[in-house]
Design a protein around this ligand. Sequence first.
Ligand SMILES: NC(=O)C1=CN([C@@H]2O[C@H](COP(=O)(O)OP(=O)(O)OC[C@H]3O[C@@H](n4cnc5c(N)ncnc54)[C@H](O)[C@@H]3O)[C@@H](O)[C@H]2O)C=CC1
Ligand SMILES: O=C(O)CCC(=O)C(=O)O
Length: 331
Amino acid sequence: MPEPIRVVITGAAGQIAYSLIYLIGNGDVFGKDQPLILSLLDIPPMMDVLNGVVMEIYDCALPLVREVIPTADPAVAFKDVEAAFLVGAMPRKQGMERKDLLSANVKIFKAQGEALDKFAKKTVQVLVVGNPANTNALICSKYAPSIPRENFSAMTRLDQNRAQSQIAVRLNVPVDKVKNVIIWGNHSSTQFPDARHAIVESGGTVSAESAIKDNTWLTTEFVKTVQTRGAAVIAARKMSSAMSAAKAAGDHMRDIWLGTPSGQHVSMGVISDGSYGAPKDVIFSFPVTIQNRKWTIVKDLPINDFARNMLDATGKELEEERQEALAVCEN
Ligand SMILES: NC(=O)C1=CN([C@@H]2O[C@H](COP(=O)(O)OP(=O)(O)OC[C@H]3O[C@@H](n4cnc5c(N)ncnc54)[C@H](O)[C@@H]3O)[C@@H](O)[C@H]2O)C=CC1
Ligand SMILES: O=C(O)CCC(=O)C(=O)O
């Protein structure tokens, strides 16, 4: 068996972490033969709750979990970590947009960037889940200059999973038969869920477009449903998505750690090089393939006028968020 790796989960007493810790501890993310040291960070008032979570981790009797470190001290939490799930942040309430969280949450990601820079391994892979995820990831990376920018990513996998699932339900096929749906841009209501390059494996491989045969649905209801799914869950549950968010975080990190399957790409927010006319130096969700823990943006997919407008709108929002976030950090 390999040596244990240190994995930090922030917001460890919160609702996403409650599902995510089990997925990680069970070997669903880093592999079934990878022992783990779980470092769990939350804020001081949550330490009693966190201790309850620790009791439950032990009570799960997970053979891969070799040590659990609950703490409110970032210096302890981030020490020598090789993978970081940055979940801890304020979630939005009904009626808010994710960017309304910016001024409260961006400071957390500035401080955690600084702590990662000081204490984590330089090879650490950092997944930002806390909203607004793309801009928080940008800020976190900016304040961790000794760690490559490519090691920071923001989660749009929940949007991808939602999009895949909408198509699977529409076609009445298992969800794993739908591949290569793309989420472009921001994890917000401007994101562009794009099925034009998706395929469906059902008695042979066909494009999702030709299987669905309803371009109006794909450019209206499908897009809207995925864009507003987070808000719909909040309206129904009075709390934001947690089980599905934990599953998506596990999927995202597993693909970074173990690579994407041949012929498939996944979507994640990564530092933009301007591909597809996206603004540079924002964390923009692109289709990527991953090998040896390095992502590569899938190139040369055709972009029609509809897609162009969608990409431009979400890119503009990310530029605005970046400006606001930098102003918050400098004050
Ligand atoms: N990118 C995505 O697709 C998704 C993102 N989210 C976001 O994830 C975040 C967490 O959501 P939940 O777990 O539901 O929230 P929650 O409120 O249940 O848990 C958040 C936890 O973070 C802790 N926390 C706050 N500040 C912290 C800090 N500085 N350091 C460490 N921990 C800190 C809180 O004490 C709390 O225990 C929210 O911002 C939410 O909007 C949620 C779902 C999907
Ligand atoms: O919608 C939110 O703000 C919280 C959860 C989330 O990001 C989502 O469900 O997509």
